[in-house]
Each structure stands twice: as C-alpha cells, then as structure tokens.
Design a protein around this ligand. Structure first.
Ligand code: EPZ
Length: 419
C-alpha cells in the first residue's frame, strides 16, 4: 500500500502548469464512440479514471494507445454494447457512456452505477432524458437494458442542472433525428469542452455554457482532435494549498474566469490574487481570516469539488467560516480525518462550521474520497510534523501526481510503499 509522507511548515513558492481536466476528458472519451474513426486527445491526464474509461473503450472493441501525453482512440471496429459490472463499479461516472453507446449502437447494457463516497448518486435525470429521446430502458436486478433502434429529437427539461445528465443527453442527441433542445442544462465549462470536441467531429451543438443547449443530430461525423483544457479543480486545490501554507505561487494554463468564485473566496480570506489571461498568481502570508458563508452551487457558483480544499485552507484562519454543501449529501467525510490533525470542524447535515485553530499537528489519516483526500494533504502541509496519508487510490483518480506538483512548489512530500 502506498502512503504520502507530508512534512508540514513549508511555504509554497514557484510556478506550476496544471494537468488536463479529469471532468473535461471523461465525457470526451465517451464521445469518441459516437462515430467510427480515430480521435487524438492532447494533454490527456494519466489518471485512474482515465484508465477506467480506456478499459471500457477497449471492452467495447475500440483501440487506444498513448503517444506522449496524447491519447489516441480508434473506434472504427467498435462492436460492443455492454459495460460489465466490474468496469462500472471502478468508476460510477461510467454512466456517461450510456448515451454515446445508444447513439452509436442503438442498444446498451450497463450495470446500475452505485452510490459513492459522496452519497447516493441517482441517475433518474439521465434515464428520463434518454427515454424522452426514444430509448426503452428496463431496470432489473441492478442492470440497465436499453434499446433505441431510433432516437428522435426532443425538448428535454432537466429538473436540476446535472452535469452528467446534460452530457448524456447531448451524446444521445447526436444520434437522434432532428434538433434536440436541453433546458436547464448544466453550465459547467466541461459542457463547453464537450461541445467543442463534438463540433470538431462534425456535430452541431450550440449553447454550451448557457442553460439551453441545442443538438442537431444524425450529422455525418468523423474522428476529431482536441487538446484537453486545464483542470480547474486541480488549479483550485493548489491555490488553496498556497493560501493555507503561505507562499507565492503562479498557476499557469488555466482560464482564470473558471476560478472566479474560488479566487474571490481566497482574496476575501486575505490572499493577494492577480488573474492573468492563462494564469493566476496568489500570494499569502499563511494566516488567513474567516470569510462569508461558502455555499456550493452549480456553475458559475462556488464549485462543490473545491469545498474540501477551501476548508483545508481555512483550518488555521482567524475566526469561523460556515460552509453549506448544496450539491452532494455526504461531502464532509474528510472532516473526521481533519479532526485527527487538530482541526475544529463541526458538521450538521449540509452545514459545516470551520473554526480556526492556532496549530495543526501531524497524524496518520485515510482518504475518504477524491477531493477530501486532497484536502488531507493540504492540511498536512500546514501541520507541525509529519502527516501520513493512506488510501491514495482516491486521490490518484483525479490528480496525476499530487506529490510531484506540490514538490515543484516547494512542499516536502514523498510517496512510499508501505508493507
Ligand atoms: C459531475 O458529477 C462531476 N463528475 C463531479 O466531480 C462534480 O462534483 C459534479 O458534476 C457537480 O459539479 C464528473 O464530471 C465525472 P451532477 P455528476 O449530476 O455529473 C443529483 C469530482 O470530484 N442528480 O451535476 O455526477 C446528484 O445526486 C467529481 O471530480 C440527481 O438527483 O454531478 C447531485 O446531488 C465529484 N439525479 C446533483 O444532482 C440525476 O440523474 C448534481 O449532480 C443526476 C444527478
């Protein structure tokens, strides 16, 4: 088992280019199967979740290979329609393949994606959208059997601006006759990136980034080339790391506008933040102050994925900060592990109150989920002494190498094999 050994007390200084986006590339990997051809994805991050998607693509009969940081996916000979339970359980967001398989093959069989560390992860909106497009979906003993010999454009209204449901609807609509309109679509940047990729394949998707997305389906498609954009949540993680430790960092390759709610919170906490076209420069004295309540919300609101990192940055701030987690039911599991480092985080349902303490002290902690695990590392960077972080598979789902990145910024952090 691998563990990270984090030596606290170091300021973070330097410049770092951010990896490609996990949540950007995952729907794009599913989108590659919408047509037969070869797609080239540059700046593709080597992550556990990308590996899980590659396994699904290969199981479906696609070929994949790496050329440096470019992942090449050839879907010409795709012949499968089923994603087995073993592959579904590796990554619950594999449900994103459903719409694309239906668009390509007209049928699909997936096991029902279970909940995850963040709570039940229903897919009712995914299924409603696909049914509205003409799919017949039978849910029996944990398996989804989907038939869609003909997909027909429809007007879809999402009850919530679900990211995954928006992406699944767009992918299925690519195979539907006519123009589909998706109302109350998610506005996350990842929807815009999916639109860009699909249009590079010859699709006609419009409106991504707004609440109304239209898809003109059944267009002649071909393989496409795309460069995966920088991961805004990884960028937010490292900005929060520097804010909490103190330092002077410049995070490059990112669209500062995608980070506005995070950099706004860090500026309110006392950091000096300068946004440039493709970079964010942050300076912090390391002793932050509490800020107004942080309410997570769909984009462009404060991103739920950055909630654990901001919480970690505020663990030693003067005063108390209230968090309200409005997206997921169970996204404070990292709070118990933070308490082992001496943090004062009180939870009541969707509300967390973080009261700053004078000092954190190193301890052994276990990752509970992807972003909660990253928050434990950020807390360890502030703690006196050594913090050992285990169950790193959670972190490796979304960070190519959190220890390499933070070491480049001056942290003392090492990954070791433990018996
Ligand atoms: C995506 O998850 C991201 N994952 C999540 O990032 C992110 O936290 C989330 O969007 C919100 O921004 C990927 O892109 C792979 P949702 P997704 O559908 O699509 C409820 C990370 O750490 N809902 O927008 O699953 C759902 O339960 C991950 O990188 C339904 O009720 O999120 C949740 O409460 C974590 N029915 C809310 O909507 C549905 O059919 C938002 O979920 C679908 C969702």
């Amino acid at each position: 088992m691998q563990e990270l050994f984090v030596e606290g007390g170091k300021r973070l200084c330097g410049e770092l280019t951010i990896q490609g986006s996990k949540n950007g590339v995952l729907p794009i990997l599913a989108a590659t199967i919408v047509c037969a051809g070869e797609c080239r994805l540059g700046n593709c991050p080597r992550l556990r979740d990308v590996d899980a998607s590659i396994a699904i693509l290969r199981h479906l009969g696609c070929c994949t290979r790496w050329e440096g940081d470019t992942l090449i996916v050839d879907t010409t000979h795709m012949d499968g329609t089923e994603v087995p339970d073993a592959l579904m359980s590796e990554m619950r967001s594999s449900v994103i393949f459903l719409g694309a398989i239906l668009a390509r093959q007209g049928e699909a069989v997936l096991s029902y994606p279970g909940g995850c560390e963040l709570g039940p992860r229903p897919i009712d909106m995914h299924l409603s959208a696909l049914r509205a497009l003409g799919a017949e979906i039978a849910e029996r003993s944990g398996t989804l059997r989907c038939q869609a010999k003909v997909l027909t454009a429809a007007e879809l209204v999402l009850p919530l601006p679900s990211v995954g449901a928006t992406e699944n609807a767009i992918l299925a609509a690519c195979g539907a006759d006519g123009t589909t309109v998706i109302y109350n679509a998610a506005r996350e940047p990842e929807i815009g990136e999916l639109q860009d990729f699909l249009n590079a394949m010859g699709a006609q998707v419009r409106g991504a980034g707004s609440s109304i997305v239209t898809v003109s389906g059944k267009r002649p498609l071909h393989g496409g080339t795309h460069r995966v954009v920088a991961d805004r949540i990884v960028a937010a993680t490292y900005l929060c790391a520097a804010a909490g430790c103190g330092g002077d960092v410049r995070i490059t390759g990112v669209d500062y506008r995608q980070l506005a709610t995070v950099t706004g919170a860090l500026a309110e906490a006392g950091c000096a933040v300068e946004s440039e076209e493709c970079a964010v420069h942050l300076r912090s004295e390391g002793r932050l102050r509490s800020i107004r309540p942080v309410r997570t919300a769909p984009y462009p609101g404060f991103p739920t994925d950055a909630q654990p990192a901001l919480m970690a940055a505020l663990l030693r701030a003067a005063g108390s900060t209230v968090f309200v987690e409005n997206i997921f039911e169970n996204r404070y599991r990292h709070a118990g592990e933070l308490a082992r480092l001496g943090a004062d985080v009180r939870i009541a349902g969707r509300v967390a109150v973080v009261s700053g303490v004078d000092a954190l002290h190193g301890a052994s902690v276990r990752c509970t989920d992807l972003r909660g695990g990253a928050a434990l590392v950020l807390a360890g960077l502030q703690a006196e002494g050594t913090t050992r972080v285990s169950l790193l598979a959670h972190i490796d789902r979304g960070y190519v190498s959190i220890e390499r990145d933070l070491t480049l910024l001056g942290a003392q952090i090492e990954r070791k094999e433990q018996p």
